[in-house]
Every structure is written in C-alpha cells, then in structure tokens.
Write a protein that binds this ligand. Structure first.
Ligand code: MEV
Length: 324
C-alpha cells in the first residue's frame, strides 16, 4: 500500500491585511513551522482521520456522508477538501489521513490552510494527478470558502507557493519577491483571534462608512506597493517605516487590541526596531517587527507579556516529503 507524506508551511501577513479581502494586494511570507500530512488508500469507502494535535484519533465517516451531520471543528477543512477532490477526481477507494503540526492553531499562522494544502497535495501525489499550483489553489480555496465563507485565500497561496509573495485574490497575481531572508521578529499576544468575526466586523464598517474604509484600503494598497519594492531592495529601514504606516491604518479600522498595542509599542519604544504591526486579522494572534537586534526586541516583547516566537520567514512552499 502506497503512503505519501507532504508538508506545508504556516504564514505571516506582512502588508495588506483586510484590504486583500476586497481585491487589493498583500504581501505574505511563509514560515519554517510546518504541518505534515500522511495519506494512504483505505479499502473501506470512508474518510478516516487521525489528528492528535486537535484531539482526534479515530475519526471515520462514510464517503457518501462527507460534510453531513456534525463535523468536528478540527476535521471540517479536511473533510470538505476530500469532498471537493472527489467531485473533481472521483475515486473508488477511501482514504486514511494522519496530520501532525509543528505549531499551535492559536498562533494565527494559518494552520487550517496549511493542513488543507498539505492534504490536497498528498491526494494529488497518491492518485498521480499532475501537480499544478493553480489547480491545488482552486481546490483548497473552494474548500476553505465552503467552510469559512470569508477570506482572500492569501494563506492558501502562501502554503502552496511559499517564500514571500505579492498576492491578489484569488491567486490572480502571485509574484514571488526575490529575497533570501527577512529580519523578522514575531510576538504572540497569547490571545487567539477569531478571523471570520473580525473580517465580518470590517465588512459591516465598510457598509456603514464605505468612503472612510475605501480611503484606508487605497492607502494600504499604496503602502503595499512601496513595500514590494523596498523588500526586493532589502531596504529594511524603509520596510519598517511602511509597517508603521500600515499599522496606523489598521488601528483606524479598529482591528487592533490592547495586547497587540502593548507588544507593538514595546518593539517601537525600544528604538531598535525599524517598525512593527499586527499580522493577520487583528484582535490577537501575533505582531511582527523588523530589526537587526532580534534578542533586544524579543526581550522587550516578553517584558510586556508577549511570547517571542522563534520563526524564520521566507520558507519553502508545499512539498512531497516521502513516497513509500
Ligand atoms: C487574516 O489572517 C487576514 C485577513 O486579511 C483575512 C484574509 O485575507 O482572508 C484579515
């Protein structure tokens, strides 16, 4: 029996949070914390899953009931992806899936999209379907939209293409930026953000105050475009200043939180960081900062109750690790 192991990276949004949902560009970097997936054909017509990281060990569902009844939270993305996959590439047998994560789903590193992408890639390899990035993106984006109802797909693109990309939804533009590394410092607030709720909050604000929000998004787009050039030129001081400007606009949108403000403030007040901002939806999760003296900035973050995260940016995208 063939076994395929794949892995996909988590991500951090550098620029363009929220505005990317409305068709503006963003810049996202993949990180060296990965989720791996092992798949094997199952002789029964079932979807069987073992995902100990989310407390599931012996989950089993007949193939003709995928997506029906109560689907536990930790299973929804994979079960939906399998359904989308079978609609496109019908198969006679069932599947056994095992997942393993190097990071907690609380950090906002995009565990749902990374595991969905790793599973999709594993299915393509197992059934010898030629791997085309855009095909995998479309399949995963459909599954994530079916589950979540909102989202730009930037996290799926990051998990597939990896590195640092300039992205316009839905993978209309995926442009890798030519750099080797980013001097990124990451601090976890200790608070898990509810992305879908915050995205809907911004949507509601946009309905009430369309001109106000549009003006913010236009400015974020300008900043993102300037950041694309500054990152490619490795001008980290300029990138940091642009981060500060992006952060101010996100604060105007009302998506920051007191925990994020405290950690961002700590990094900036130190005078060592080129800049700092929240990363993702806001409301919690992680903040990011740029600077050469990583240790000093991490200490300042820890002093304010944050948890420095030891992650490297610009990591590789989804890959097949093993075929046995
Ligand atoms: C959430 O990590 C980032 C948002 O821009 C939502 C999205 O792009 O899907 C807020």
């Amino acid at each position: 029996m063939r076994r395929v192991t794949t892995s996909a990276p988590g991500k951090l949004m550098l620029f363009g949070d929220h505005s990317v949902v409305y068709g503006h560009p963003c810049i996202v970097t993949a990180i060296d914390q990965r989720i791996s997936v092992v798949v094997e054909k199952h002789e029964e017509h079932v979807f069987a899953l073992s995902a100990p990281d989310v407390g599931l060990v012996e989950y089993k569902k007949p193939k003709n009931q995928l997506g029906l009844h109560n689907v536990p939270r930790g299973v929804t993305f994979l079960e939906t992806l399998y359904k989308v996959f079978l609609d496109r590439y019908p198969q006679n047998d069932g599947i056994f899936v095992e997942t393993k994560s190097q990071f907690s789903s609380s950090f906002g590193f995009g565990s749902s999209s990374a595991v969905t992408v790793a599973f999709g890639r594993a299915l393509m390899e197992l059934y010898e379907i030629p791997f085309v990035e855009l095909d995998l993106f479309r399949m995963c984006y459909q599954a994530v939209m079916e589950v979540q109802g909102v989202g730009s797909g930037f996290d799926i693109a990051s998990a597939i293409w990896g590195k640092t990309i300039y992205y316009v939804k839905p993978a209309k533009v995926v442009e890798p930026l030519e750099i080797e590394s980013i001097p990124l410092i990451v601090g976890f607030t200790g608070v898990k953000a509810d992305t879908a709720t915050i995205v809907r909050m911004v949507e509601e604000l946009k309905t009430r105050k369309p001109d106000f929000v549009q003006h913010i998004f236009d400015q974020i787009e300008e900043i993102t475009n300037l950041a694309r050039s500054a990152i490619s030129a490795r001008d980290w001081r300029a990138v940091g200043q642009l981060m500060n400007q992006n952060e101010e606009l996100l604060e105007e949108l009302g998506v920051s939180s007191k925990e994020l403000d405290a950690l961002i403030g700590a990094a900036k007040d130190l005078g060592e960081a080129h800049g700092a901002k929240l990363s993702g939806a806001g409301g919690g999760d992680c903040m990011i900062s740029l600077g050469e003296d990583k240790q000093k900035i991490e200490d300042a973050i820890a002093m304010k109750g944050g948890e420095p995260m030891n992650v490297m940016a610009n990591a590789g995208g989804v890959r097949v690790e093993l075929c046995e």
